[in-house]
Structures are given as C-alpha cells and as structure tokens.
Design a binder for this molecule. Sequence first.
Ligand SMILES: [Zn+2]
Length: 297
Amino acid sequence: MGEPMIGAIEAGGTKMVLAVGRTWEDVRDAPRHLLATTTPDDTLPRVMDWLAERHATTPLSAIGVASFGPIDFSQRRIASTTPKIPWRGASWVDAVARRFGDLPLGFDTDTGAAALAEHRYGAGQGRDVVAYLTIGTGIGGGLVVGGRIVHGLLHPELGHMVVRRRAGDDFAGSCPSHGDCLEGLASGEAVKRRWNRTGGPQLPEDHPAWELESSYLSDAVVNVATITAAQVIVLGGGIMAVPGLIDRVREKVRRHLNGYLDVPELTTAVDRYVVEPGLGLASGIVGAFALGRAALG
Ligand SMILES: [Zn+2]
C-alpha cells in the first residue's frame, strides 16, 4: 500500500474511461468507469465528480490524462483543429486545477500515453526508442525516446504520414484533411469505404483488402523505422486483430528493407520488431496511469 494512488483518465472521442490504482497492474485490472463524451461543459465536470468521489475515500496523489488530440502543448489545450468541434481549446489542465488545486497532473495524447505505457510496462520494456501505432477507425501513433514522449512542433502525427498508393487502388482516401495519407488509405474507415461496407460482417481473412492493408502498414513501419531508429514498433488497434495481418506486414517490411539495415530485428527476427501491444487493449488506460505516475517525478 506504499505506492501513491493515481487517477487515470483515458479521454476518447466517444467515451471517457476512468480508473484509479496504485500500480499499473491495478489499473489494468480495475473496474472501469465509463462516461459518454459529449461537450466539455457536460463531460469534464462528470469526470471530475467521479474522481473527487474516489479522492474523498482514498486521496489521489496525481492524475494522468491521455486525451484525444491534436493537442497544443504550448497552451496545454486541445488544439483548435480537432474535428471534435466543441472540444476546440478545451483544457484538462484547467478542469483538474479547478477541482483538485495543484495536484500533480500528467497530460498527453492518448497515443503518446500508450507509447509510454508500452515502453514502461509492455512490449517496449528495456528499449530507449519505442514507437506505437494504433490502427482503428483512425490511425494514430506516439514515440518515446529515452523514457520521454516526443513533443516538438505539437507531437508526432504518425497517422498522417505519406505512403505510396498501390497500383489498382483508386479509392480517393478517407482523411478529411489529406485524402490519401496513411489514415486515409489504411484506417478502418478507409477499409470500410473502399470496399463499400456499412457495418455488416467482417471481411474474410482471405479478402484482398488485407493484402492491400498490409502493404500500406508496411510502408508506415518502414518509414518509422528509418526515420526514428525505433528499437521496437508496436501495432495496436482493432484492425490488427485480423488474423495473419501482422505477419504479412512483417514479411513486407523485411522484403522492402532488403537487408540494408543489418540487424536481426529487420532481417531474420522481424517478429520481435513489429509486435502486438504487451498491454493488449489496456495501453490507453495504463498510459494515463503512467502519465500520472510520471508527474510525481
Ligand atoms: Zn491525413
């Protein structure tokens, strides 16, 4: 019981996931409290109410917020370009300060937090440079270098990197800002729209969608590997649950790099380089815990 109690908030565009715990395992296994994400005026007080109730019984030592983005770190606010219009300029920092005063707060993007969680507790343990990509309805990613989430001009936006359009793919792309960036070509939304699916049953494993998908994702992995020298690249998100998809990505990465970067991770042991999240679906909430824990120093 010597560990400090941390409040963890995984702030998603459709729901807020809340948990408290003293260790990352506590938070991974804790019952989650879920709230719908509506507007900041409605959602932020409800999130703070729940944490304040926990705080009244067992005082929190810090709070971590892993939020959807983009985030303007110079202002510590959700950026004015977020497609979630009511949230433009919303401030977790102010919301926490109003209710909890100067309680330490760790605040970052959901994907940066997930990268930190994988670095500290998951598939990236012991590695200095860890990249995390989540391939779901959209595509996002975070990068940890030397134990810190990379910030610079805003933060990395791995989902919006440019990849090579494959011959025969005439889908315009689903990204509202760029059309055929990685997210536009390879997100769950892109897969759905390219193949005209409106919900319905999952595309079968042998559908050509997945060969194309693995092609685009292998470009993304090669880009991240060559630019960042990441020591491990974690691929999470719902799309990665497609059986065999990660193996196809690994094989294409190996073939594309063609031995040029002569390390086992990129030649004979790509299965140790392109990996599933060590924390499974808990990377986000454990990431929020990791941010809170890090805010304590
Ligand atoms: Zn884009």
